[in-house]
Design a protein around this ligand. Structure first.
Ligand code: NAD
Length: 480
């Protein structure tokens, strides 16, 4: 069985413990590879290697770093199909989604930040000709980049690329639930000629090696994407060490449909926002608020559209909904559906596990589920479920829906559907979220500040915001 090894000091290495964790294929429920179960010793070797590499990499020209990142992007594209298959096999997502979104974005992340660093600039502040301040932007050091399982290569490269472009070296810790494409990326980096130690990728359990990495005294900066509870823990353990921290955490995003919206478009978008990647995108619109004047008509159209979604093998091009990521996650989602029923919610469709035939019978498939009749402030409408589950809620007025939309502890994203431009602006201004879409969902421009308010995170990623995070400003004042 294939062993997923660490990438340390420019080479593939077995974990020092020589122990491995089972890696499951969510579409069949079977173990198909083994993951390095790394320990503190491996984290220490990776950090040492990144520290050794820092001097040369951080003082290399921007053009040199640009060329290295571009060459990684080229190799990702050369290995495109292999990465698509691997991402789907490891995560349960459909191959079509990995082909359309995950893998193109991974190479785009490298291209985007390879060129962004060439355009990155800093400020000068002239003191009426008496003195001049200029601000240097220096790489911070060895960065810890920790990523989740829902968009494995997409989110890992979204951190690694700007960190490296800015002149830092990196120790990355991909999710132990979906490590395969990070492993393939290690091999790609070797082929692409990434200097040794510049990027290190260590596999293993976050609960075991996470603290070793985030609290390592030689790691001054941590970029984390994952659950809010893990983010809280990282904030707590790193605070006494005053590390630079970027946290991209959970969401419980409202999708708001007014009665003047384009009906067909808002129904289609509600389905897309609810069920893409089996509802396992932090930006999914899992709370669907529909104005009461169109609520019944909308509900019928929504359920009809959902009935057309095919749950099936991730390899099949006709499949819309593949497997959720793990048995544990599937059980959690099912228990949330049960909780919704106990709270008086009515399951309008789905609500159950779907057993497929043949070698897929052990796979983690769930029917797309819509629940109605729950109060906006019950646990199901307040806590992230992160699965193919939509909660449908009617609303009367703008004021009421803004209150309900803002009622959770999260503030990641929101979508508003309306043909009244003034209403679009007005509601967008009042929503407490880092990202608000009007008449669309998940339309991403890599230059925008991306991130959440409240317990959805700290800081912003994207474009020059990422490069600012991965550099330290140093002001130099010259008396004239
Ligand atoms: P998670 O928090 O369980 O794990 C994320 C990563 O952290 C994994 O690599 C894990 O191994 C590691 N980790 C676990 N414990 C750690 C510790 N003590 N110290 C350091 N690292 C540790 O999250 P998950 O289940 O993999 O991902 C799903 C969550 O991610 C959802 O809440 C989702 O909303 C969120 N997410 C947020 C964004 C965003 O941009 N805001 C994007 C994608 C996913």
């Amino acid at each position: 069985m294939e062993k997923i090894l660490n990438y340390i000091d420019g080479e593939m290495r077995a974990p020092s413990s020589n122990k491995y964790i089972n890696n499951y294929n969510p579409s069949s429920g079977l173990v198909y590879s083994l993951i390095a179960n790394s320990s503190k010793k491996d984290i220490n070797s990776a950090v040492d290697s990144a520290k050794q590499a820092f001097n040369d990499w951080s003082t290399s020209s921007k053009k040199f770093r640009h060329d290295v990142l571009m060459s990684i992007a080229d190799k990702i594209e050369e290995n495109f199909e292999a990465l698509v298959v691997a991402e789907s096999l490891d995560n349960g997502k459909t191959e079509s989604l990995a082909r359309r979104v995950d893998i193109p974005r991974a190479s785009e992340n490298f291209r985007f930040f390879a060129t962004a660093i060439l355009h990155f600039s800093s400020e000068t502040h002239d003191m009426d000709g008496k003195a001049l301040n200029y601000t240097l932007r220096e790489p911070v050091g060895v960065c810890a980049c920790i990523s989740p399982w829902n968009l494995p290569l997409y989110l890992l490269t979204w951190k690694i690329a700007p960190a490296l472009a800015a002149g830092n070296t990196v120790v990355a810790k991909p999710s132990e639930i979906t490590p395969m494409t990070a492993y393939l990326l290690s091999k790609i980096c070797i082929e692409a000629g990434v200097p040794k130690g510049v990027l290190n990728i260590v596999h293993g359990l976050g609960s075991e090696i996470g603290d070793n990495l985030t609290t390592h005294p030689d790691v001054p900066i941590v970029s984390f994407t994952g659950g809010t509870l893990t983010g809280q823990h990282i904030a707590k353990v790193t605070a006494p060490m005053f590390k630079k921290l970027s946290l991209e955490l959970g969401g419980k995003n409202p999708n708001i449909v007014f009665d003047d919206a384009d009906f067909e478009k808002s129904v289609s978008m509600a389905v897309k926002a609810g069920f893409s990647n089996q509802g396992q995108i932090c930006l999914c619109g899992s709370r669907l608020f529909v104005q009461e004047t169109i609520y019944e008509k909308f509900k019928i159209a929504l359920l009809e559209k959902i009935s057309e979604l095919a749950v099936g093998s991730p390899l099949d091009n006709k499949t819309d909904i593949g497997a959720v990521v793990s048995h544990e996650h599937m059980t959690k989602i099912l228990s949330k559906i049960e909780e919704a029923e106990e709270l008086g919610g009515e399951i309008l469709c789905g609500g159950k596990r779907k057993i497929l035939a043949g070698n897929l019978k052990g796979g983690y498939y769930l029917e797309p589920t819509v629940i109605e009749g729950l109060s906006y402030d019950c646990s199901i409408n307040q806590e992230e479920i992160f699965g193919p589950v939509l909660s449908l809620l009617p609303f009367k007025s703008e004021e009421e829906v803004i209150m309900m939309a803002n009622s959770t502890k999260y503030g990641l994203s929101a979508s508003i559907f309306t043909n009244d431009i003034s209403r679009g602006h007005r509601v967008a201004a009042k929503i407490k979220a880092g990202v608000v879409w009007v008449n669309t969902w998940l339309l991403r421009d890599l230059r925008i500040p991306f991130g959440g308010m409240k317990q959805s995170g700290i800081g912003r990623e994207g474009g020059f915001k990422s490069l600012q995070f991965f550099t330290e400003p140093k002001n130099v004042c010259i008396k004239i």
